[in-house]
Design a binder for this molecule. Structure first.
Ligand code: SOE
Length: 394
């Protein structure tokens, strides 16, 4: 095995910049069996991609992702592009023998996700690792929750309550983006942020969602097109042409888990005042955990075994050296941020490549999330009838 992992990053937007930061930061804070090297970044516009390379620390830039993938001196392909391009890039990269990191949601439909998962399984047999970027798994407080649940601290799980609330589309004049185009994004809020809640819920509980009953809403049917899209924000000029929104603005569904737990999920980009409130609470027979990304360094834990008179949720600052990932960073209590999740993701990925730890979530795990997304859409299209999740354990 080489001691370096030469990265080709495809995409220069929000996630591209975030992943670049993660590859650069990971070896500076974590002991790694292999060292990432920022070799090439691919984007659509030559000047802007060259500027991104210079700024983010890549040796080279290109407008041809295929050439980047074909190169012998590339080991890892990192896909940070809109969903409709994931499969083509990932399949080409896996065929070329590269390790692949792919942003979420894995694909825009189940059949494509399944093809990617099958290709990843084959590639793994040949030593190439693939991971889907459900980054919230790498929040120390949520990884601690996962540890508590795996240890059985909550006992039998009865309730999963997940809300992912954003508000960047609450203004009807907020501009159109690819995220509002079904052909590019697959679904809207559901796949973009609801997918995080689904993945987090299944990962924390170790249980599968087997059926859903759902509603989807699109509150604003068309949006102004900006001359140039910058990030998620911005406002269009007066009289700008409008583009039809072909995805959901909000999703709500109840879910049954294989083990009997009842799930209630809500995802929206229309919750005024909520910039990025990713919350989950799980109640079991022996206790509960609760997390809100607004206080991402904390996990609330209720232990029903605490003595009478002293019971209540305790707030654990998940920044102690005993907590997942936290020991590599600052002294206790100094806090981590959103970007740390991606650094942790890069660390886990590089370690998995070197055979140190399992790769997760795999493309197979991500295809299971895709099945839940599909079931939610089917239920919503049929007046919320209960739809079984295809292929889920029952
Ligand atoms: C936009 O809604 C977005 O950037 C998502 O695409 C990310 O996955 C989420 O972490 C933050 O919000």
């Amino acid at each position: 095995m080489t001691t370096t992992m030469r990265i080709a990053l495809i995409g220069t937007g929000f996630m591209g910049r975030m992943h670049a930061h993660a590859w650069r930061t990971a070896p500076r804070f974590f002991e790694l069996p292999v060292t990432p090297v920022l070799s090439v970044i691919a984007g659509r516009d030559a000047d802007r991609t060259a500027a991104a390379a210079a700024r983010l620390g890549f040796a080279e830039s290109t407008t041809d992702w295929r050439r980047a993938i074909e190169r012998d001196d590339i080991d890892v392909v990192d896909i940070c592009t809109p969903g409709d391009t994931h499969a083509e890039i990932a399949l080409a990269a896996l065929a070329a023998g590269k390790h692949v990191m792919c942003e979420k949601p894995l694909a825009n439909d189940v059949a494509t996700a399944d093809r990617m998962a099958a290709a990843a399984d084959d590639a793994l047999a040949r030593g190439a690792v693939s991971m889907c970027g459900f980054s919230y798994r790498r929040t120390p407080a949520l990884a601690l929750a996962r540890r508590l649940l795996a240890e059985g601290a909550l006992g039998e799980i009865r309730h999963v309550r997940a809300q992912y609330l954003q508000d960047w589309l609450s203004d009807a004049e907020a501009p159109f983006t690819w995220r509002l185009d079904r052909t590019r994004a697959g679904t809207g809020t559901l796949g973009d942020i609801g997918a995080h809640s689904i993945d987090t819920a299944q990962w924390l509980t170790g249980d599968a969602i087997v059926g859903v009953s759902a509603v989807l809403r699109t509150f604003v049917g068309s949006r102004p097109v900006l001359d140039e899209q910058v990030g998620l924000g911005g406002r269009a000029r007066q009289g700008a042409p409008r583009e039809r929104v072909t995805v959901d603005d909000a999703a709500a569904f109840t879910a049954g888990f294989a083990g009997g737990a009842l799930g209630v999920f809500e995802a929206t980009r229309m919750a005024t005042g909520h910039r990025n409130s990713n919350r989950i609470e799980i109640n079991g027979e022996r206790g509960s955990v609760a997390f809100d990304f607004r206080a991402m360094n904390e996990l609330e834990f209720y232990d029903a075994a605490d003595p009478a008179g002293r019971q209540g949720f305790r707030r654990i600052q998940a920044n102690e050296p005993e907590h997942p990932y936290a020991g590599a960073w600052w002294p206790p209590g100094h806090g981590l941020g959103y970007e740390h999740l991606f650094t942790h993701q890069a660390v886990d990925f590089l370690r998995a490549i070197a055979g140190d730890g399992d790769v997760a979530p795999t493309f197979r795990d991500a295809a299971r999330v895709q099945r839940v997304l599909a079931a939610v859409e089917q239920s919503a299209a049929r007046d919320s009838v209960y739809v079984r999740v295809d292929g889920a354990a029952s």
